[in-house]
Design a binder for this molecule. Structure first.
Ligand code: ATP
Length: 536
């Protein structure tokens, strides 16, 4: 599937728009349209229901070491600045950035991909970089750069290329190298903190400085004690949160995949250290299964365990759930969710202060005065087990998913082109979004076959009855084949048509979006049948 087709369908059918489009858009920010908002809500609601509200805390679920509890939070986007100092984001939440000296354009260091080639006796770094084309989908541009950076050899990361692979490099260099004006040079890579700063109230300078949260997780850690003390939950317990996060990405790109404002669905799961390895395995498998259940059932979804070299010093295991997005080169995957064993790193940091991220085992990073550089809250965030009387700092397993990346993967997976007969029975190409019925923005559309003989009245009554339970759509305009086609594009799984026979025997046809099969059922059974298919 070509990404451009999906992007254009999303705009045309009101799934996604550029933010502030009438002013030219804002790079890295996206608005969900009428269909998109339903789709995204369905993903978030399915997550909340399956992980939190419908969780059975009395039973041991398959693969789980024991029964466990789940509860939720909704925390603020702006938090005390000390939170980010103790979490490590203030010092370490950085991406490497390079600037092209000539064009003044900025690139994420790891985004500059290419190869060294010899041209006119000079070594030139030929690269594809993501051109900053405004909020439109990235167009890969072919450029070549002379690298003067000291770190040039590191920069020459020979990753898979898309455009360049199809071109004979020697010819390419011969053709372009004489145009010296096209050559760019990069600055040395430097750190760029991704947190969005803001100011609280009228306070100037350091005093009023705060940040928009770059993840929802920290709100959960700093409320751990509040949740334990105010509710009857006991460890092992998961605390969940869905909410907006903000990252000042250097080059947002690939539609909503890398945005500057996005939504996360995160769980911090607190457990006894001796059981944490088993819980990690449980969550890793559970979360993979969940994405498969809501529609990413094909082989484009993978679970990738991090190599021990990739792990943070505090982590004994991390896995990513990744999807082969169509905008990525063949064989590359993009992260939808990370599941990390975080040990007691976060709770300890908020108790004791910023921990030195480079040393293992954990030690405090001390300033010249012998005190922690960033002081912790000093609060006791340990937990006492009522049964055993043991006091311990819980270990944490963190499944952290992106709602927007999830929606994007579901859109990519759903997009299908096949053939379906038109009104004359001739096969025509159709675009159909094959969403899982649970996720589909609209569950059912109701059509009167013609706009007369009392059919619209019967259809409208049915539409109203369905709407009491599910988002539904009523359409009486144009040929019925064209109406089906519009619903196929919106991903509506069931279309119900009221026809002449309905007026005789109170039955209607229900057409299945994917199989095109039409069954006749009683008018009175339609709502129950849709419910059975959507929730079953
Ligand atoms: P990446 O390496 O792609 O920047 P990350 O490893 O920094 O992602 P996490 O910090 O683990 O991401 O965040 C958890 C989830 O939040 C990711 O799996 C992803 O789904 C989502 N996410 C993170 N950054 C963005 C972004 N800029 N735009 C959209 N979603 C994002």
């Amino acid at each position: 599937m070509e990404m451009e087709k999906l992007v254009s369908l999303c705009r045309r059918r009101g799934i996604l728009f550029q933010s502030s489009e009438i002013y030219g858009g804002l790079n890295g920010f996206w608005d969900y349209g009428p269909l998109g908002v339903e789709l995204k809500r369905n993903v978030k609601e399915a997550w909340w229901r399956d992980m939190v509200s419908a969780h059975d805390d009395l039973a041991t679920l398959p693969g789980a070491p024991s029964p466990y509890e789940m509860t939720g939070l909704d925390c603020t986007i702006i938090m005390h600045p000390q939170v980010w100092k103790c979490s490590g984001h203030f010092d370490l939440f950085v991406d490497k950035m390079v600037d092209c000296r000539e064009t003044k354009k900025r690139y994420r260091y790891d985004q500059v991909r290419g190869r060294w080639v010899e041209a006119k006796g000079e070594k030139i770094f030929v690269t594809t970089v993501a051109e900053d084309e405004g909020p439109e989908i990235e167009r890969r541009a072919l450029k070549h750069f002379k690298i003067r950076s000291k770190d040039a050899d590191q920069l020459a990361w020979d990753g898979p290329l898309t455009t360049l692979d199809k071109i004979d490099l020697a010819d390419f260099t011969k053709a372009l190298a004489p145009e010296a004006s096209e050559l760019g040079t990069f600055t040395d890579p430097r750190d760029f903190n991704l947190m969005f700063p803001t100011t609280i109230g009228a306070l100037a300078g350091e005093e009023g400085r705060a940040f928009l949260r770059p993840e929802t997780a920290q709100g959960i850690f700093v409320n751990f004690k509040n949740v334990i003390d105010s509710s009857r939950v006991k460890v092992p317990v998961g605390i969940a949160q869905i909410g907006k996060s903000f990252r000042n990405e250097i080059t947002p790109r690939n539609f909503t995949f890398r945005s500057r404002e996005f939504e996360q669905m995160e769980i911090e799961f607190f457990c006894h250290p001796s059981q944490s390895a088993d819980w990690y395995k449980y969550w890793r498998d559970r979360r993979m299964k969940w994405w498969q259940e809501i529609g990413l059932a094909g082989d484009r979804l993978i679970l990738r365990d991090h190599h021990p070299d990739e792990l943070s010093h505090y982590s004994t295991g991390t896995a990513d759930i990744e999807y082969a997005f169509p905008f990525l080169p063949e064989g590359e995957y993009g992260e939808l969710e990370g599941i990390a064993h975080r040990g007691d790193f976060d709770l300890r940091s908020h108790m004791e202060g910023k921990l030195d991220p480079n040393s293992c085992p954990l030690t405090l990073q001390l300033g010249e005065d012998g005190k922690p550089v960033h002081k912790g809250s000093g609060r006791d965030l340990t937990y006492r087990d009522d049964m055993t009387n043991e006091r311990f700092t819980p270990h944490v397993i963190e499944p952290s998913a992106g709602a927007d990346r999830g929606v994007l993967a579901l859109l990519c997976e759903a997009y299908t082109e096949d053939t379906a007969p038109d009104d004359k029975g001739e096969d025509q190409t159709r675009v159909v979004m094959k969403f899982h019925p649970r996720i589909a923005p609209i569950k059912a559309a109701v059509f009167p076959l013609v706009k007369k003989d009392g059919m619209p009245e019967v259809a409208q009554d049915l539409y109203r009855a369905i709407k009491k339970k599910f988002p539904a759509f009523y359409d009486e305009k144009g040929a019925v084949g064209r109406r089906y086609r519009r619903q196929d594009e919106a991903g509506t799984p069931y279309c119900i048509t009221v026809d002449g026979q309905t007026l005789q025997d109170n039955t209607v046809t229900m057409r299945d979006r994917d199989t095109l099969e039409q069954v006749r059922l009683k008018l009175d059974d339609v709502v129950a049948e849709i419910e059975r298919r959507v929730t079953g």
